[in-house]
Design a protein around this ligand. Sequence first.
Ligand SMILES: Cc1cc2nc3c(=O)[nH]c(=O)nc-3n(C[C@H](O)[C@H](O)[C@H](O)COP(=O)(O)OP(=O)(O)OC[C@H]3O[C@@H](n4cnc5c(N)ncnc54)[C@H](O)[C@@H]3O)c2cc1C
Length: 402
Amino acid sequence: MTGRIVVAGASMAGLRAAEQLRAAGWSGAITLIGDEPHMPYNRPPLSKEVLAGKAPFESLAFRPRASVADAEWRLGTKVVASRLAERIVELDDGEALSYDGLVVATGMRPRRLRCPGPLAGRHTVRTLADAQGLRDELTRPGVRVVVVGAGFIGCEVAATAVGLGVREVTVVDPLPLPMVGPLGELLGRTLLERHEQRGVRFALGTGVAGFEGEDRVTGVVLDDGSVLPADVVVESVGSLANTEWLDGNGLDLSDGVLTDQQLRVGGRPDVVAVGDVARFPNARYDGVPRRVEHWCIPTDTAKHAAKVLVAHLTGAEAEPAPFAPLPAFWSDQHDFRLQSFGAPLLGLGDVRVLDGHPEGDVLVGYHAGGRLVGVVALGGPAAVSGAARHRAELLKQPALTA
Ligand SMILES: Cc1cc2nc3c(=O)[nH]c(=O)nc-3n(C[C@H](O)[C@H](O)[C@H](O)COP(=O)(O)OP(=O)(O)OC[C@H]3O[C@@H](n4cnc5c(N)ncnc54)[C@H](O)[C@@H]3O)c2cc1C
């Protein structure tokens, strides 16, 4: 087989795409281009075990399957532009690389706060270098930490910092409860209590107006002008898609790269998107395109997109059924785990305790039109296996639009 598939972005989704291209029968060249210097590694431990000093880098690296042993890895190289009509991507070393098929796998980067004040002492957590830099600061004696953003990563970092023995850890968020956006009030309230019981402080219902300090941050100024003293600030206020290199091709890049229900980009059969950067309609739900930043999505999207792309490049006629993954995520904080299956976000208007109690292990169901669309367990291993038991039921549900 001749021809080349270029995979832009050499992290989890890029690696899984390369492996799935081989599994789908592609025996031509595969070139992966990644701007980080590392082979693909696992990100979830960055805010947990790596920050806690319990996981060395070697334990994070994925082991690529033998099927991609002949793939070409261009690491430390950035894709800076693309001409999809000509099937060319441009690299930061000046090369214009032509392709027969293109996989978009460039993921996300942290959103930064655009407030006045010094930058030194302010951190984000997305890469290994980020996690290592933050760990160095958290292990300084007597350090005071302010985490801005009470979402998944903010809550995980706060929990890890407390576990490291950090003296003061305060989480700031304009919303009234942690993780209330994706999980709703019931779990938001119990999360607040659990974090507070374990030593995390909260400043909720307020934004950040700026940062104090000359050369590096010494405090976080809240909306009402009050100041939280801080030696270290962690900004966990969401993420932005790495799609600038696709500008100028007439694509919808308003939030990641929009795909059709087969993960194809811009109506082009030779371009697919995978992982965090893909905004896809999920045929299982309401068909509204959304990005999903969960660890399962790189693999799920790679399996589907690779089949679609290889079928096009090899001239196969058959079109698979529309992409319809069952999302799942976990989050480890302190001594408890959150485990989710399905789409809680679509059932926030009808949240019911299915098992247990919010003060202990609890299993919560999210419903739309009276139908279960998602479950989230909070607690220990028993709660987590309770959520897993509902997976089959969620998979059997007819599409939400039906
Ligand atoms: C700190 C942290 C903790 C997490 N914890 C959990 C968890 O507990 N549970 C869970 O379900 N999920 C978790 N996730 C989410 C999960 O890790 C992501 O969904 C997954 O890593 C996405 O992989 P990806 O390959 O799509 O994107 P990324 O991992 O962002 O990879 C994209 C790659 O492309 C590179 N790139 C970007 N632009 C270019 C360019 N122009 N040219 C070349 N290369 C480029 C990037 O540098 C990066 O290496 C966590 C994520 C983070 C950051």
